[in-house]
Design a protein around this ligand. Structure first.
Ligand code: MF3
Ligand code: CO
Length: 295
């Protein structure tokens, strides 16, 4: 029996990865390594979470639409645009590219994209009543399902004349994601990423939201593992090649605490109503490091 409760393949069986090769010529040694790590007490992701080359190709086709939708928004977003218009852009772009906006009807979410303005931490719902004004900072979070494969990324946009304080928060949050990426080592630990993000944010006097984080993704919108950005190095699951997940820290100008009391059940705000920012990328761990899939 394998560590993930799967049955062990025979040497001459066809490998699970879709290569068509015999197990002994393909992932047999790899699986033995996973088994050893699990037995030594490491948290090892179930093999079902590791994406095969074919699955990664599918996720890339999904991500192509997701990145395209965000690029489309980037070219048009400005003062005077409502978040409802952004929703229409993303919805139309996605559908016209043969894909489905993953947020729509996800656990009852009513729109095709999340638009989180200023003190909104995440899951802001687009509305015709919400018109972007000069000085706003806004996160546009796009997620796409194409042919059964999922992609997810988000970007911040500064509208018109933005205060230096807000601009710094947006920039540092993007840099924090890069610090997280720089901490990725194949066969390292997931906690290394959160530790790097947290240290970077803290160094700039900001705080990191604990209640929400990144997630595995690919065959489903949200898979294991949960990706926290308040972790210690050398903790959490092993970064096994094939593991696909997001890095998406929410970083606050003021205190870390959030307010989830909005009656719509979605919109999350900072408790102190100070500004917050988030950038999100999706990556897959490779033998050499990582490959960015969506941004
Ligand atoms: N895109 C968000 C994430 O990064 C999830 C949004 S769920 C939704 O995980 F229903 F609000 F869209
Ligand atoms: Co996400």
């Amino acid at each position: 029996m394998m560590y993930d409760n799967d049955i062990e393949l025979g040497r001459n069986d066809v490998c699970w990865c879709g290569s068509g090769l015999k197990y002994k010529k393909c992932h047999m040694d790899f699986d033995a390594k996973l088994q050893r790590l699990a037995q030594s007490g490491e948290e090892v992701p179930a093999r079902a979470l590791l994406k095969t080359p074919e699955e990664i190709e599918g996720i890339k086709r999904s991500a192509e639409v997701n990145v395209g939708a965000l690029d489309y928004v980037a070219e048009r977003i400005r003062e005077g645009i409502s978040t409802e218009e952004i929703n229409t852009w993303v919805h139309t772009y996605t559908v016209e590219h043969g894909a489905i906006p993953a947020p729509l009807d996800f656990e009852g979410y009513p729109k095709s994209v999340c638009t989180s303005v200023n003190e909104v931490v995440c899951h802001g719902i687009p509305s015709a009543d919400e018109v972007l004004a000069s000085g706003d900072i806004v996160n546009i979070d796009c997620s796409t399902e194409k042919d059964g494969f999922f992609s997810d990324s988000s970007r911040m946009f500064c509208i018109g004349d933005v205060s230096p304080e807000a601009r710094d928060l947006v920039r540092v949050t993007k840099e924090a994601v890069q610090a997280g990426l720089d901490a990725v080592r194949p066969w390292g630990h997931l906690g290394d990423i959160g530790a790097a993000v947290n240290a970077y944010a803290k160094d700039h006097g900001y705080t990191v939201v604990r209640e929400f984080g990144g997630h595995g993704i690919g065959i489903e919108f949200h898979e294991e593992p949960f990706v926290s950005f308040v972790t210690k190095p050398n903790t959490g699951c092993v970064l096994v090649p094939g593991l696909c997940f997001t890095i998406e820290p929410m970083i606050n100008l003021g205190k870390r605490h959030i307010d989830t009391s909005d009656p719509n059940g979605w919109t999350v705000r900072t408790k102190d109503r100070k500004l917050t920012a988030q950038w999100e990328v999706q990556l897959v761990i490779t033998d050499e490091g990582y490959e960015l899939l969506s941004w």
